[in-house]
Design a protein around this ligand. Structure first.
Ligand code: PEP
Ligand code: MN
Length: 358
């Protein structure tokens, strides 16, 4: 399904310049909290004010959002600050209420994107309505679900679309609350090159101190902007307290970020880039040649083992190779995990080839 430059026009029409900054609390808690935070954000680079009205909590018992009574608070934010406003919709009823209160942009949460029934219900509720919709990645690392949600909204005629990358959950999260798995967002970008891609470092990090670095990575990867949870008193927030930052901290972050140009047409940049790209092309061809040679040798070994009736997997030998190669790689300044991954993949293929030898 085609998304073309037309699909970015809504950014211009809403004055959303690069990088877009969507900021505001995880949850709308009280009218005072919403307005106080919004007024502080008004003096930052924030373009759009966010606040969750209906909160999808993983387990019951947490704060589930103030509900419909919070929508007029967002309208007040619009009137008093001039900021655009956005909230999460999780079903057709939310859509109806959000539209009734003139919310400017809707977003679909990560726990909704996983469910095609609900995504379709929300999309159907928006038939004939011209409102921008931002679709968060599903909680699980499934690109097809994310693409599917985009397609469902496209097919009911929603043209003002964007996606939000908020990371993917894991059983035992370590450094990140939700691992970024950048390649999934890059894959999505490959399918829909012109779809605005927003980064949500708050839900990726789950903590304050890493938000800057993750945001910079987003800019380096050409993301169109950010959604960052911001609260005038983060420590006392009713949800996601540990990842929310103050408007002043947000201001500092957006000031410190190095904004990359989308591209440069300067001549020396172009010619150096072309030269390096040619170098890479040659190296990539070389890699394929070397892999071909390696697999041919694997095939010979496979034949030998087959003739001698010897088992294919020789664990001790394999451990030796892996040890030796990661040592050499480290000496050369390569990342150990990266080299380990490559050799594991090569090993699996090598075993397959030996297995198929007759
Ligand atoms: C949120 O933005 O507050 C939220 C609930 O996010 P997600 O759907 O990414 O968990
Ligand atoms: Mn949140």
């Amino acid at each position: 399904m085609e998304i073309n430059k037309e699909n970015r026009k809504w950014l211009d029409s809403m004055n959303l310049t690069h990088p877009i900054v969507i900021a505001g609390p995880c949850s709308a808690e009280t009218e005072e909290q919403v307005l106080k935070t919004a007024h502080l954000l008004k003096n930052t680079d924030t373009n759009v004010f966010r606040a969750g009205i209906w909160k999808p909590r993983t387990r019951p018992g947490g704060f589930e959002g103030v509900g419909e009574i919070g929508l007029p608070w967002l309208q007040k934010v619009k009137e008093e600050t001039g900021l655009l406003v956005t909230t999460e919709v999780g079903n057709a009823d939310h859509v109806e209420k959000a539209l009734k209160h003139n919310i400017d942009i809707l977003w679909v949460g990560a726990r909704t994107t996983v469910n095609p029934f609900v995504v379709q219900e929300i999309a159907d509720a928006l038939k004939g309505v011209d409102i921008p919709v931002l679709i968060k990645n599903p909680v699980n690392p499934d690109l097809a679900l994310w693409l599917g949600a985009v397609e469902r909204f496209k097919s009911v005629g929603i043209s003002q679309l964007g996606v939000i990358h908020r990371g993917f959950s894991e059983y035992n999260p370590l450094h990140y609350r939700n691992k970024p798995k950048w390649h999934i967002a890059i894959e999505l970008k490959k399918e829909f090159p012109d779809l605005p891609l927003i980064l949500d470092p708050s839900h990726i990090c789950g903590r304050r101190d890493t938000i800057f670095d993750v945001s910079q990575t987003g800019l380096d990867l050409n993301y169109d902007g950010f959604m960052i949870e911001t609260h005038f008193d983060p420590d006392n927030a009713w949800s996601d307290a540990s990842q929310q930052i103050t408007p002043a901290q947000l201001d500092q972050i957006t000031k410190d970020l190095k904004i990359r140009q989308k591209y440069s047409y300067r001549e020396d940049f172009q010619s150096n880039l072309n030269r390096y790209r040619k170098e890479l092309d040659l190296i990539d061809h070389h890699i394929i040649e070397i892999l071909t040679n390696r697999m041919q040798v694997s095939e010979k070994i496979g034949r030998l083992k087959h003739q001698e009736n010897v088992a294919i997997l020789q664990s001790a030998r394999w451990s030796e190779i892996l040890d030796e190669m990661t040592k050499v790689a480290e000496k050369n300044g390569l990342n150990k995990e990266f080299v380990e991954k490559i050799f594991k993949t090569i090993h699996v293929e090598s075993i397959n080839i030996q297995h198929n030898v007759k």
